[in-house]
Design a protein around this ligand. Structure first.
Ligand code: PMP
Length: 431
């Protein structure tokens, strides 16, 4: 038995399914998940000493690549000063100021530890602010694993084909209305019938947990205006896209007039530079709902943890325009070669791209909603994935996830990916 197989067997005895997050399991692609022991730049190394070019990037944070020396030093220095104080620190204000300076509609920011907490808090703020209960979300959008947001969610629920999570009381689930993405009629109907009971609409700034699914032209601005017209808030979930798809996230692609701006934003992943840190931010009058100013309670022993803030702040400061230019160049090269390889192999596909982020659907055209994303020939992904892995390229182990490039993907790493694509494309074709 290989080292990885042995580790997985042990893990399965001590940990449910052998994984601490379901997306890490290789359920839909087959085989044993790799046990990683180190990562540097564009590479990860498994317990058997195999090195892979990494296109998971810790599911988003690693825009600078892994273990960037300046980030590691900042973390070491912060750790040496104390791991956690449970009190205010100067650096957390610097991080909040940095984000407030980057994202226009974010006037104030509260730090939390995970994206799940960020969206959960955003929803609580929206309910507190409006005095209403109902939340609208979209089919295939993933906003973390809080009770009310798991219905018809993407990410691991899409991979496992779970319509909703067990353990969520019906009374909680019934407060979430799930609509097809990009469907203006559905949104209009729900506001026409429940408009005065809807606290907010939450939407991924660009959907990326059912593969990348782009918003139809103007859909999010229209969504904001529709919500505002009914006294509801718009929450733009930039946990995955923030500081990744561009320096200012999706907001940086599409700065909107004030009436069409989201009221709340959520951030995670890049903002923590690979450490547990996330945030909810937005209009000052809305953020003032939070305790100790207002009645909406949110707290955390490790919120604004100084070591995590050091990683996040250093990452955001280093992530300048040159970093995003390199990520875009890598995304151009890889997505272009991906299309060429699949076309040559005769595999019907569509690449969807937002800024530096992209994914491929085995479908004649890019999906516009979850139904279309699920209708693709997802069975082609497993042989494609396994071929890439055998050739030393580590992709997200699901057809429903985006590919994460970094500025550390140098020409050598990109060449390794490009060289692997033709054989993987033939495997996808079933050849
Ligand atoms: N929102 C979005 C858009 C996400 O992609 C994720 C995680 N992939 C979350 C929220 C939840 O973040 P976390 O895993 O840090 O709880």
């Amino acid at each position: 038995m290989s080292v990885n197989d042995t580790l997985f067997e042990r893990a399965q005895r001590a940990i449910p399914g052998g994984v601490n997050s379901p997306v890490r399991a290789f359920g839909s692609v087959g085989g044993t998940p790799k046990f990683l022991v180190s990562a540097r730049g564009p590479f990860v190394t498994d317990a058997e000493g195999h090195e892979y070019v990494d296109l998971v990037g810790s599911w988003g944070p690693a825009v600078l690549g892994h273990a960037h020396p300046a980030v590691v030093s900042a973390v070491q220095e912060a750790a040496a000063r104390g791991l956690s104080f449970g009190a205010s620190t100067p650096a957390e204000t610097e991080l909040a100021e940095h984000v407030v300076g980057m994202i226009g509609p974010v006037e104030q920011l509260r730090l939390v530890s995970t994206g799940t907490e960020a969206t959960m808090t955003a929803i609580r703020i929206a309910r507190g602010f409006t005095g209403r209960d109902l939340i609208v979300k979209f089919d295939g959008h993933y906003h973390g694993h809080s009770d009310g947001l798991l219905a018809a969610a993407g990410s691991g629920l899409a991979t496992l084909a779970l319509p909703a999570s067990g353990g969520v009381p019906e009374a909680v689930a019934s407060q979430t209305i799930v609509l097809p993405y990009n469907d203006r009629d559905a949104v209009e109907q729900v506001f026409a019938s429940h408009g005065d009971r809807i606290a907010g609409v939450i939407v991924e700034a660009a959907a990326a947990n059912m593969g990348v699914v782009l918003p139809a032209e103007g859909f999010h601005a229209w969504l904001a205006e529709t919500a505002h017209g009914h006294g509801a808030l718009l929450i733009s979930d930039e946990v995955l896209t923030g500081f990744r798809v561009t320096r200012r996230g999706v907001w940086g692609l599409d700065e909107l007039a004030d009436t069409a701006a989201p009221d709340l934003f959520t951030f995670g992943k890049v903002i923590g530079g690979g450490m547990p840190l996330a945030a909810v931010g937005g209009r000052a009058d809305v953020m003032a709902m939070l305790a100790p100013l207002g009645p909406v309670y949110q707290a955390g022993t490790l919120s604004g943890n100084p070591v995590a803030v050091a990683a996040g702040l250093t990452t955001l400061r280093l992530a300048d325009d040159a970093v995003y230019a390199r990520m875009n160049a890598v995304a151009d090269a890889v997505s272009g070669a991906l299309t060429d390889a699949l076309s040559t192999a005769g595999v019907e596909h569509a690449v969807s791209r937002v800024g530096t982020l992209f994914s491929v659907a085995f479908a004649p055209e890019a999906p516009a909603d979850f139904a279309a994303a699920k209708a693709q020939e997802a069975f082609r992904f497993a042989p494609f994935f396994r071929s890439m892995l055998e050739q030393g390229v580590y992709l997200p182990p699901s057809a429903f996830e985006a590919w994460f490039v970094s500025a550390a993907h140098d020409d050598g790493a990109v060449t390794q990916i490009l060289d692997a694509l033709p054989a993987a494309a033939r495997a996808a074709a079933g050849a």
